[in-house]
Design a protein around this ligand. Structure first.
Ligand SMILES: Cc1cc2nc3c(=O)[nH]c(=O)nc-3n(C[C@H](O)[C@H](O)[C@H](O)COP(=O)(O)OP(=O)(O)OC[C@H]3O[C@@H](n4cnc5c(N)ncnc54)[C@H](O)[C@@H]3O)c2cc1C
Length: 285
């Protein structure tokens, strides 16, 4: 980050990240029951040639007060059971259920008198100098003085100029695993230096969530056609890293794609919220 943006800007970003975790902890504590968990994060070098840059990243984080530890291949193997040339272990990370947290925030707004229209898509937005009129796909109309657009990756639909291209990401969720086998995965977020990267984390009910295999597909039907192959690949990679885990992919809502071998997958996710919702609908209902 320092090489790309300079020391001062990198420091700002590092501090903002640490601050965000503290703010999230505070907000999650106030809301309650949002599966907030402080944890560690392991960022491992996918290839030996990535170690030099990873080391520079480690030193920069350390200079700016982030609690990080450098791990060699033996450390990684001893702690996580797989081999990698090096890794940064960060002790300042956290995990939350974003779907539950969003629902809790909306509930709080609702109790405070705000009107919440869930499962409603804004189709049109007309702004004049005095007001904004929104029309939803179900035909409702909302008039307001101001609108805050927080549509995530969909946000560029409301911009005059295209500023980004959407990509697709894939994820699968396993059936619950024996807690004893998950340690120390249960308290860690893992990701690697390769791009696109593989990431792994666990859910509060001891499932393993594996994501990655991003591609440039931006057409839902084409993306859907790839889901099973992508899930297969994610599963193979997770099994290679953690052969001791009896990984069985679980069902997810909306996309129950069955294969002959007897396992099914997966969540096609346009956003982490989407993934969380699909996992929740499918597995936690
Ligand atoms: C697979 C995946 C994994 C990720 N993992 C992580 C992670 O581990 N940690 C992390 O920090 N970030 C992660 N991210 C990034 C993170 O999800 C985003 O940065 C974050 O969700 C952005 O939040 P947001 O509120 O801006 O948008 P979103 O969470 O995308 O929310 C936007 C909301 O707006 C709604 N919306 C869109 N268009 C309309 C419309 N026209 N009318 C009404 N509603 C609309 C959507 O349905 C959605 O609910 C991940 C992203 C992906 C895709």
């Amino acid at each position: 980050m320092v090489r790309r943006y300079g020391e001062a800007r990198a420091a700002l970003a590092y501090r903002a990240c640490v601050g965000a975790i503290e703010q999230l902890a505070e907000r999650a504590g106030a809301l309650g029951d949002v599966a907030f968990r402080p944890c560690r994060s392991l960022y491992w070098a996918s290839h030996r040639r990535h170690v030099r840059d990873l080391r520079a990243e480690f030193e920069a984080r350390g200079r700016h007060g982030i609690d990080v530890e450098w791990c060699g291949p033996e450390d990684i193997e001893a702690m996580y059971g797989f081999r990698a040339p090096a890794a940064i272990l960060s002790h300042r990370a956290a995990q939350v259920d974003p779907y539950r947290m969003a629902q809790r925030l909306l509930l709080r707004l609702h109790r405070g008198g705000a009107t919440v229209h869930d499962h409603e898509e804004v189709a049109e937005l007309h702004a004049t100098s005095r007001r904004v009129v929104l029309r939803t796909v179900s035909g409702f109309q909302v008039r307001a003085r101001h609108v805050v657009i927080a549509c995530g990756y969909e946000g560029q639909r409301w911009l005059r100029r295209r500023v980004a291209r959407n990509r697709s990401s894939y994820a699968l969720v396993s059936d619950p695993l024996p807690v004893a086998l998950l340690r120390p995965l249960a308290s860690s977020l893992l990701w690697e230096t390769a791009r696109p990267y593989l990431y792994l984390r666990t859910t509060p009910d001891h499932r393993l969530l594996v994501g990655g295999e991003d591609d440039a597909i931006d057409v839902p039907a084409r993306r859907d056609a790839r889901v099973m192959a992508k899930a297969d690949r994610l599963l193979q990679r997770a099994r290679k890293l953690f052969p001791q885990l009896p990984l069985q992919p679980a069902f997810a809502s909306g996309r129950h794609l069955r294969r002959d071998k007897g396992w099914t997958a997966v969540v096609r996710c346009a956003s982490a919220m989407g993934a969380a919702r699909a996992v929740r609908d499918g597995l936690w209902r």
